[in-house]
Design a protein around this ligand. Structure first.
Ligand code: UDX
Length: 461
């Protein structure tokens, strides 16, 4: 094995760029490669082409160390690298739930066909189970005769907003390997992280592929579970926020990913559960994960319910009324609008005849490009000006901090839907707002109880 392997990272999107930068910070020589020359030019000049806290500084540091460079040349990568990480995207196919593997297949063949030295190809993309086995044959078929190429799988679990931290200090590492050599070579590539005591699971290729989709499916299921309880709460006058708090205190359940609200979006969870269900059907085990379709439906229904709450507050219809949509990104601290619940709700309100004005601290450019039919404001204040109803759809800190009295000065009517349980309902109600939230009673008897309880606690403190 090569103790201090030279690494290439093929595909410098969200995952690849972060991986390349972090590996250079850990002391390895890294070459980032992408077919998109504008992306490569940006990264080489120290600019991260998307929003991710801390990544820009990390890129500057990695470039300054002299250990990181970028190129569009696959031949250069093939000739230079000992370990190649393949990080290209696997979006949802058009017109189907299946993952689109065009980019993965292309990246592996483009690279493997040019490699003439011993090397390890490591897939990091989220793929349908069985892809790594298929790629192993594909790589063998295209690689020059006599080349010792091996394929491994190393799923990645980073979250947007925490990409650098999750990459440098992951909860665990998973190596899917076909030989002891590959296991040792990967261990050398991750030595600094393993030396921190990070748990390592060494597995076969199929298990490594499955870990990723199984983890994302579990997280999606946990979110939809509490959102299903929100539906029950709405029918019974119970409060899903209190329910989630009480459930979360059970250490076997845990409070993380149990936050009720508008539900999950983004470039991973929605497409991963659909691709998994699709792949399970192909494998003849569709029934085992049939519940994932239900998880998806529950998630979609929260968006419709949010639109309904806005309509209810507006007196039945939003036609011709002004709605302020606070948030566009699929979650705070991100400019990513892929499958964003916030924009889906804004679009539905627009289609129902509302005049929708969107404001998001980071995702405005992306939102404008994809939803030109909506109106956009430059600030929170501008968005809520003369609004008939305000809808909080992504829980940015700026929205959490908004003062109900200040907002009241700007809006036409004090009506607000909190789609993310980000606001203090009692405070808004006390200041004259009609306040609605998913899974919570419209006119709670607990309002005074909540306020009293808080005062009681303060008295004790
Ligand atoms: C996810 C996985 O967490 C990560 O491990 C994987 O590598 C990629 O997919 P990410 O898409 O960045 O990461 O977002 P995440 O923080 O997981 O949030 C996903 C969605 O779930 C967001 O829309 C968020 O608003 C929503 N969510 C999350 C909830 O609605 N409730 C929760 O309790 C948690």
């Amino acid at each position: 094995i090569v103790e201090n392997p030279r690494m290439t990272v093929i595909g410098t999107g969200y995952l690849g760029a972060t991986h390349a930068i972090c590996m250079a910070l850990l002391g390895f020589d890294v070459l980032g490669v992408d077919v998109d020359s504008s992306k490569i030019a940006a990264l080489q000049s120290g600019r991260v082409p998307f929003y991710e806290p801390g990544l820009s500084d990390a890129l500057s540091e990695a470039l300054a160390s002299g250990r990181l460079r970028f190129s569009t040349d696959f031949a250069e990568a093939a000739e230079w690298g000992d370990v190649h990480f393949l990080c290209v995207g696997t979006p949802q196919s058009k017109g189907s739930d299946a993952a689109d593997l065009t980019y993965v297949d292309l990246a592996f063949t483009e690279l493997a066909s040019r490699i003439t030295r011993r090397a390890l190809l490591v897939g990091k993309s989220t793929v349908p189970i069985g892809t790594a086995a298929r790629l192993t044959s594909l790589v063998q078929a295209v690689s020059p005769a006599g080349t010792e190429l091996e394929l491994a799988w190393n799923p990645e679990f980073l979250r947007e907003g925490y990409a650098v931290k999750d990459t440098l200090h992951p909860d665990r590492l998973v190596f899917g390997v076909q030989s002891v050599w590959a296991e040792r070579q990967l261990a050398a590539a991750f030595r600094p992280i393993l030396e921190e005591g990070t748990p390592l699971v060494v597995a076969d290729l199929a298990t490594a592929e499955l870990v990723k989709v199984a983890a994302n499916s579990f997280l999606a299921t946990k979110i939809s579970y509490i959102n299903a309880m929100a539906e029950v709460c709405e029918a019974t006058g119970a409060d899903v926020n209190l329910l989630a708090t009480a459930l979360g205190h059970d250490s076997r359940i845990g409070s993380r990913f149990l936050k009720p609200g508008l539900g999950f979006g983004g470039g991973c969870l929605p497409k991963d559960i659909r691709a998994f269900a699709h792949r399970a059907d192909e494998l003849g085990v569709g029934q085992a994960v049939a519940f994932l379709r239900e998880v998806d439906s529950i998630n979609q229904r929260r968006r419709v319910r949010t639109v309904n709450l806005v309509e209810e507050l507006a007196g039945g219809s939003v036609r011709g009324l002004r709605v302020a949509a606070l948030g566009a990104a699929f979650k705070p601290n991100s400019d990513d609008i892929r499958d964003a619940p916030a924009l889906d709700v804004a679009r539905m309100l627009h289609e129902a005849g509302a005049i929708v004005t969107v404001y998001d601290p980071e995702a405005m450019e992306n939102a404008k490009r994809s939803y030109p039919e909506l109106n956009y404001a430059d600030s929170l204040a501008q968005a809520v000006e003369e609004a008939d109803v305000v809808a909080l759809l992504t829980e940015w800190q700026e929205f959490r901090d908004a003062d109900p009295d200040d907002l009241a000065e700007l809006v036409a009517h004090r009506r607000i839907v909190d789609g993310r349980h980000a606001l203090d309902a009692a405070d808004f109600r006390a200041k004259g707002w009609e306040f609605r939230a998913l899974g919570r009673p419209a006119n709670p008897s607990t309002v005074s109880l909540e306020a009293d309880a808080r005062e009681g606690l303060l008295a004790f403190a």
